[in-house]
Design a protein around this ligand. Structure first.
Ligand SMILES: Nc1ncnc2c1ncn2[C@@H]1O[C@H](COP(=O)(O)OP(=O)(O)OP(=O)(O)O)[C@@H](O)[C@H]1O
Length: 680
């Protein structure tokens, strides 16, 4: 805006002139007022000037007529008022020109301020009426009818009029000068305005351009602000992340310093331990030698243990006999069957059983007989399976040491043989077979730490009417019974095998249990087909255990035979079958059973005699029955044999119980030599 000139600035010359004019007017005003009034200050209208001049030439005081100035037709001076400021508009300028400015030709004749006084008479003579001449005439000669006072008064007024005329001329000259000055100023102002308009239009164009630029800048600014806000948000996120990272870093630094101090501590410990390591190494070598020595010692202890265990078993007798009386079962209780009179004296060692029976004499008197029996252990009606196995477990352990072991269950039908050997499904009711199998697998696992590894094989057969059936065969029991099975002995290894019999390699006790249940289901099928065949047959479950010691190279071969014998009742007791066909079959069965059981007794008796005579070549009739021939190596002096005599609690079975007790006593009194370990 500095380029815009100030509207009120004007060239110095005209301004100075105008100022001079104003100053002159300011100086002239009091004089003019004073000149127009009387000496005592009264206004001129109170004077009788017009009245006085009515009679003379008409010369009125000049009255301002705006449109008559400068047109040359009116010579009256302009009123004694200050000239107006010229307007800036062209209309105003034109009016100013038309009223107060002289004609355009006037500037050529316009005198300067200094020449005004010298040229005034000439100007008056050309453009104004000859006022001065008539005035002089009045001054020089007043009317003759006036008094002296009035004449003097007239002269004074005339003088005043003259003075006023003179002043009027001066004022007109000043007005003219002012008009010229105003005209110049107006032209200059117009030029300035045009220049200003041009400048304004240029400035407006600039302004529009600047506004456009401003809008663009504002848009840029808005975008930049948006960017800035986004950057601020990002910055805030980064700041919070940074503060979290800083916190984590502080924690990590603390951990690092802790770890470094620990590392320093460990390094010092390691250096300490390194120095003691050589000492420890020396100790370790010594301890290793000590360990070898201890291991050898342990193996020696194991050998001693086995020897001592065997000695204990020998002291107990190679054929041992337990007697067990079963409790009454539900149907017997319901039928209120009478119990036999059995007592168990000697509660400390549990080895005795006393049966009392009453018979009527020929004279009709009642005769009471008591029968005392003594065995290795006697178990009364309340005994449990685990109590029986506590005595049997040592035998099961012997077979892993390389001995042949044979456990018989002997007794009449229904006396509890199967219950004792196989037991019931509940864990507490499990019999000797599952418990012995468990023990064998446990022992082989424990002996593995002493260098022993074992191969265990199993077979399960049945002897019915002197023929062998395979209870583990995949074919049905009838076709299996038709297959001929021969018994073979190997005198070198003292092992027995049966031709055509299924032999399973066993790896766990659970596998054995599934085999036993398979065999039982086959026996039940056979029982349906063949009339209580299970009670009339011998079943033999055999585990063969072959051990090898990887450290000592020692080998051992043992076997465990678990035998559930057929019912031992006599012919008279089993003759209750009415049908001829069934009776013949039962007679045949009974004969077969009695033959095998009496053969068993004969073998045991012969073994006893052999032991007593000291003749190793004495004959033992093993071949008299399939059962004794099969169990040859388990009954000989090289084996350990246990007979569990099962007894019925019923009074009705007392006679059979006494027969069984007498047979068991015979066995119990037999010494069959010293068991021999089958090792190489
Ligand atoms: N100690 C016992 N506790 C409970 N019940 C028993 C016991 N002993 C045998 N029993 C039950 O007596 C009944 C006959 O037992 P078991 O079948 O074992 O006799 P067994 O001598 O094997 O007969 P068989 O010669 O006919 O096979 C079965 O019902 C059996 O559950």
């Amino acid at each position: 805006m500095s380029a815009i000139p100030r509207l009120h600035s004007s060239p110095p010359q005209p301004s100075k002139k105008r100022k001079n004019v104003s100053d002159d007017e300011a100086e002239d005003k009091p004089r003019k007022i004073a000149a127009l009034g009387t000496s005592d200050g009264k206004p001129l209208r109170n004077l009788g000037v017009n009245k006085a001049t009515t009679s003379g030439p008409k010369r009125a005081l000049p009255v301002a007529k705006p449109n008559s100035v400068g047109n040359g037709t009116n010579n009256f001076p302009k009123p004694l008022t200050r000239p107006k400021e010229p307007l800036l508009t062209s209309g105003a300028r034109s009016r100013t020109r038309g009223t107060s400015a002289p004609p355009t030709s006037a500037p050529a004749a316009r005198p300067s301020a200094t020449t005004t006084t010298t040229t005034r008479p000439a100007t008056r003579s050309t453009s104004r009426p000859p006022v001065t001449g008539s005035s002089r005439g009045l001054v020089s000669k007043p009317p003759g009818n006036l008094s002296t006072i009035d004449e003097r008064r007239f002269l004074e007024l005339q003088h005043q009029v003259t003075t006023l005329h003179s002043q009027h001329q001066d004022l007109c000259s000043q007005v003219h000068t002012s008009t010229l000055t105003t005209q110049a100023t107006s032209d200059e102002l117009a030029a300035t305005q045009r220049r200003h308009r041009k400048e304004i239009s240029e400035l407006e164009a600039d302004l529009r351009k600047k506004e456009r630029e401003s809008r663009e800048l504002a848009e840029d600014l808005r975008l930049a602000r948006d960017d800035l806000n986004r950057e601020r948000e990002t910055n805030g996120v980064l700041k919070s992340t940074l503060s979290q990272q800083s916190t984590t870093q502080v924690a990590l630094n603390a951990q690092i310093s802790t770890l470094q101090s620990q590392i320093t501590m460990y390094q010092s410990q390691i250096s300490d331990q390194t120095s003691s390591l050589s000492g420890l190494r020396y100790d370790a070598e010594h301890q290793e030698a000590e360990l070898v020595r201890l291991r050898e010692e342990a193996e020696e202890h194991e050998r001693i243990r086995r020897r001592l265990h065997n000695m204990v078993m020998e002291l107990k007798g190679n054929i041992r006999v337990f007697a067990r009386v079963r409790p009454l079962i539900a149907n017997e209780i319901a039928a209120e069957e009478a119990e036999a009179n059995m007592t168990f004296p000697g509660s400390l060692d549990n080895t005795d059983i006393v049966l009392s029976s009453s018979t009527a004499s020929a004279m009709g008197n009642e005769r009471i007989e008591t029968h005392n029996f003594s065995f290795d252990r006697v178990f009364d009606r309340s005994s449990t399976q685990s109590e029986i196995f506590a005595e049997v477990s040592q035998l099961a352990q012997s077979c892993t040491d390389g001995y042949n072991v044979c456990i018989f269950a002997y007794g009449q039908t229904g006396s509890g043989k199967s219950w004792t050997m196989e037991g019931g499904p509940a864990p507490d009711d499990r019999g000797m077979i599952p418990r012995a199998v468990d023990q064998v697998f446990r022992d082989t696992e424990q002996l593995a730490s002493k260098g022993w590894s074992y191969v265990i094989e199993g077979q399960f057969l049945e002897i019915y009417n002197e023929s062998i059936s395979d209870l583990l065969s995949s074919s049905n029991i009838a076709s299996s019974s038709a297959t001929k099975h021969d018994i073979k002995h190997d005198p070198k290894t003292h092992s027995t095998s049966v031709t055509g019999l299924t032999v399973q390699t066993l790896t766990s006790a659970s596998q054995v249990f599934s085999l036993l249940s398979l065999a039982n289901s086959r026996r039940k099928t056979a029982a349906t087909m063949m009339n209580e065949r299970s009670s009339r047959s011998h079943s033999v479950f055999t585990l063969r255990i072959i051990g090898t010691n990887s450290r000592t190279g020692e080998q051992c071969r043992g076997s465990l035979n678990l035998v559930d014998l057929a019912g031992s009742e006599r012919m008279s007791a089993s003759s209750g079958v009415k049908a001829t066909e069934g009776r013949d079959e039962r007679v045949k069965e009974t004969k077969s059973i009695n033959k095998s059981l009496s053969s068993l007794g004969d073998v045991i008796a012969a073994l006893g005699e052999k032991g007593n005579s000291g003749n190793p070549d004495a004959h033992v009739p093993y071949r008299n029955s399939k059962l004794t021939y099969l169990l040859q190596y388990s009954l000989s002096g090289n084996s350990k044999t246990l007979m569990i005599l099962n007894l019925s609690p019923l009074a009705a079975h007392l006679s059979e119980s006494l027969t069984s007790l007498r047979f068991a006593t015979k066995v119990n009194n037999t010494t069959i030599g010293t068991a021999k370990k089958q090792t190489r």
